[in-house]
Design a protein around this ligand. Sequence first.
Ligand SMILES: *Cc1c(COP(=O)(O)O)cnc(C)c1O
Length: 396
Amino acid sequence: MTTRPEAGELDPLSTYPHEYAVDGAVHLNGNSLGAPRHSLVGELDRLVSEQWARRQVQGWFQDGWLDLPRTVGDKLAVLLGAAPGQVLVAGETTSTTLFNVIVAACRLRADRPVLLIEAESFPTDLYIAESVARLLDRRLVVASRADFDTHLREHGTRVAAAVASPVDFRTGERRDIGATTALCHDVGAVSVWDLSHAAGVLPVELDANEVDLAIGCGYKYLGGGPGAPAFTYVPARHQPTVDFPLSGWHGHARPFAMTPTFEPADGIDRARTGTPPVLSLVGLSHALDPLVEVGIEALYQRSRELGELFLDHLGETRPDLLKQLASPRDPHHRGGHLALRIANADKVEHDLAAHGIHVDSRPPDLIRFAFAPLYVTADQVRRAVDSLCHVVQTMH
Ligand SMILES: *Cc1c(COP(=O)(O)O)cnc(C)c1O
């Protein structure tokens, strides 16, 4: 049994939920779209009235707009276990960023014929990988989660790049970044990680794990807002050789020299593409502040506690539903979300929304529950379980 903290008991995270605008609802879909902070409106107002309106185009230099892809990247790097100068937010979508990085990974291994990806990957990752394989005339191997490491072990010397995620977007099941990356290095393949469902909720320790290239989404646990830009990680050791296909002028060594031929910038700046979306970058930067303040270990711990509370309470209320868990029961093998198999999942999602509980269903029968650590509370988790049991009871 998990008990309510005693009144007066010090909980360092207890003030954070008040900072977020959730309109009285329970948002268990933070792995899909994080909730906004109340203070975002003031932050954007300052950008518009004090910078843009006053200084117009000079804002690029005087207000640091031009540096935002790197300064926001450095702020985010802390959550990813990366030293400064290795994370960049160019302003692209997750999909275009992934395209840029998979092509660059294959270019690092020009003589290898295979691009490997996990079958359970998010659809856009599968689509982009297929397109890159076609473009670069490589063979795409789509290996099931269970066969991925085996393929690397047995045929890895033919693999140029191996694309995987530390958290399965459906079930929340974890893949060990360190072990798979080490396996890639044993066979000389480039490891590419999609951190979309991990960033902001799970420690990924990119430097310590010697990851080669990584990308991730800005609007899930990071909370950058709908369509927030994605990020790219390139460790210092790859920066001199990495060759991105999206060679836009902001990635040039001297963008304002306006020369006709491309010469990549030194360092992480070569991951830039074109003029960055300043409003979106400021929104993402603002969303990162409380996450950085709390730190990734404490965020992970809180998310895990909330997930365990959900399962414990479900087990006490409807043990039969707990048996429908599609995720590992051991919290160490899950990221920030979990999934239950429930018939008519889309109807359950809809009915829960009418109770003010926001979750998301994935066809055919999965409902995902995400435990964003800073705005989901223990009381909300109990309320969500009670509503779920009520909705399922009245439906079946
Ligand atoms: C959410 C998500 C995406 C989304 O891509 P967009 O271009 O932002 O729509 C891509 N990959 C993974 C693994 C995701 O979880």
